[in-house]
Design a protein around this ligand. Structure first.
Ligand code: C5P
Ligand code: C5P
Ligand code: ZN
Length: 498
């Protein structure tokens, strides 16, 4: 099973039993790659367990969104990739018998003030790795929690043999019958939430990877740690790869071309540059060795060079050269849909629509890529403001609030943007509200940083609300209160890192 901790599985079984008892379920999920894959896993598990359901997506599960959910006829609501952080509100509806919540999430659970002490709110059907000593920011994502639930649902649903499953043959039949085939989506969700730190997935995520490999829906192996191995022409792959800066290649169009031309390989076919994924192992080896040599000779430190290789998560059923074959490219494709109000498109792709949904998603991806690169340029050119313990920028309406956090994270490490302080980004949400996104690094977290506390406390201090993870968090605050928010956040970060 996926959970290394028996209590996590017991909890999943309890949640699954509750779902199996329901006449029908309203599934509510979050609008990012992890939320979409969570929903795709949950919908397939519900469908296979023959539990009728309907799906809704929310940008943010705030009081209004929960009220709208409570106003529906559904008695059972399954929340995936959010819900824990809103248990203070959700539990009130539960107490009023508006609905029974079942939650598969990995965010920090809400706390309430009990006689001056902050205590966690809980509910009977709450599946969250953080309750079982598993790190929700790095060891299990929302999609991972949904996968653990799906596995439990297959076990408790006690189904008669399903003909559509039985005709598949071989390992696929068994993997579908116990929902192990859904492990690939769980890995896409975890990668989308940036849980592959230090180049690979850890802990409970690693167990899911092992189940996926076993079920034949995943392949893993050490590979070049660059984004775009499936779809980017080789020169672009190298030019745009900036996580490890290689002088004369990274951010250098002509440099990348010269480097490739200098190799004794046929890297063009019919006049077009090939993609990394289409190279033979020997060709890959030649390019990778030359890259490492170049990095060494230009003085890139050995620790950085190690970062050029990481574990790739490949979906072998998807065609070579498509976004869907690589977990990282797949997750970006999903963000390109859901963060632009087209969660339906992303969900369609996750559920196997390789026609209209995929075509639409690819169009959205082109826009998303452009928005990210323009956003990063904007922040890098205009710079950030440095306070003692954090740095910040305000994008106003120039970066979409749904991607400002991604931009902030990607800009860290660029000229003038430090990796030794967390970054806070603001973007307009509506006339009265501003979105806050905060990003840190794993090294800051090891030194005590917890952005979910920083952003939660500082936003509530100015009448907003927020939360998230230690390494990445977000909030909504009233427009005009940015300075007060920053002052408070700066003080809390200072305390955490002292
Ligand atoms: O809401 P959810 O948990 O799915 O989102 C997590 C967010 O945290 C993602 O936007 C992800 O990119 C971000 N993150 C990050 N750095 C990490 C881990 C997560 O920016 N190391
Ligand atoms: O929106 P952004 O990508 O910055 O979110 C970072 C993390 O903070 C995500 O895990 C998100 O779910 C969480 N978040 C939250 N409450 C908010 C906004 C974001 O828990 N109001
Ligand atoms: Zn998530």
């Amino acid at each position: 099973m996926a959970g290394p901790i028996p209590e996590l599985e017991e909890c999943a079984t309890r949640c699954a039993r509750r779902l199996a008892e329901a006449d029908r379920v309203l599934l509510a999920s979050h609008i990012d790659a992890d939320g979409l894959t969570s929903a795709a896993i949950a919908t397939q598990a519900l469908e296979r367990a023959r539990i009728p359901f309907e799906t809704v997506f929310e940008k943010q599960l705030d009081a209004d969104a929960i009220a709208a959910i409570a106003a529906t006829e559904y008695d059972t609501v399954l929340f995936t990739d959010f819900g824990s952080g809103q248990l203070d509100i959700i539990s009130e509806y539960e107490a009023d018998n508006a609905f029974t919540p079942v939650i598969a999430d990995h965010h920090q659970p809400a706390t309430i003030d009990d006689d001056g002490e902050s205590v966690r709110v809980d509910t009977d059907y709450h599946l969250n790795p953080l309750l079982f000593g598993i790190n929700g920011a790095s060891e299990l994502s929302g999609a991972g929690a949904s996968y653990v639930l799906a596995r439990a649902l297959a076990a408790v649903a006690d189904l008669p043999p399903d003909e559509s499953i039985a005709t598949d043959g071989g390992t696929t039949t068994a993997a579908r019958a116990d929902n192990r085939d859904l492990a690939a989506l769980a890995v896409v969700g975890a990668v989308g939430d940036m849980q592959a730190s230090g180049g690979e997935l850890h802990g409970a995520n690693a167990k899911i990877v092992a189940e996926g490999v076993d079920a034949g829906v995943l392949e893993t192996g050490k590979d070049l740690a660059l984004y775009g191995k499936q779809t980017r022409p080789l020169p672009k792959l190298l030019e745009y790869a900036t996580d490890v800066h290689i002088p004369g290649i990274s951010n250098d169009q002509n440099g990348a071309l010269r480097f490739l031309d200098g190799l004794d390989l046929e890297l063009k076919r019919d006049g077009e540059w090939r993609r990394w994924a289409s190279l033979t192992n020997d060709e890959k080896q030649t390019v990778a060795s030359a890259l490492v040599r170049r990095a060494v000779s230009s003085g890139v430190p050995a620790t950085k060079i190690d970062g050029l290789v990481s574990t790739a998560y490949v979906l072998p059923d998807e065609p070579v050269g498509t976004e869907l074959r690589d977990a990282s490219e797949f997750s970006t494709l999903l963000n390109a849909t859901a963060r632009y109000e087209r969660a339906d498109v992303g969900l369609g792709v996750c559920l196997g629509d390789r026609g209209e949904a995929l075509e639409r998603a690819r169009k959205l991806l082109r826009d998303h890529r452009r928005n990210l690169s323009e956003g990063i340029d904007l922040v890098t050119q205009e710079g950030v403001t440095h306070e003692d313990h954090l740095q910040w920028f305000h994008a106003g309406d120039r970066i979409r609030e749904t991607i400002v956090g991604i931009v902030a994270g990607m800009a860290m490490g660029n000229q003038g943007i430090s990796r030794s302080k967390p970054i806070i980004a603001f973007a307009d949400k509506d006339d009265e509200h501003v979105k806050v996104s905060a990003r840190g690094t794993h090294s800051l977290v090891r030194n005590g940083l917890d952005l979910s506390v920083v952003v939660g406390e500082a936003s509530r201090a100015v009448g907003g609300d927020g939360g998230g993870h230690d390494v990445a968090a977000g909030a909504t605050v009233p427009k005009g209160d940015e300075d007060a928010f920053l002052e408070r956040a700066n003080a809390i970060v200072g305390e955490q890192l002292s």
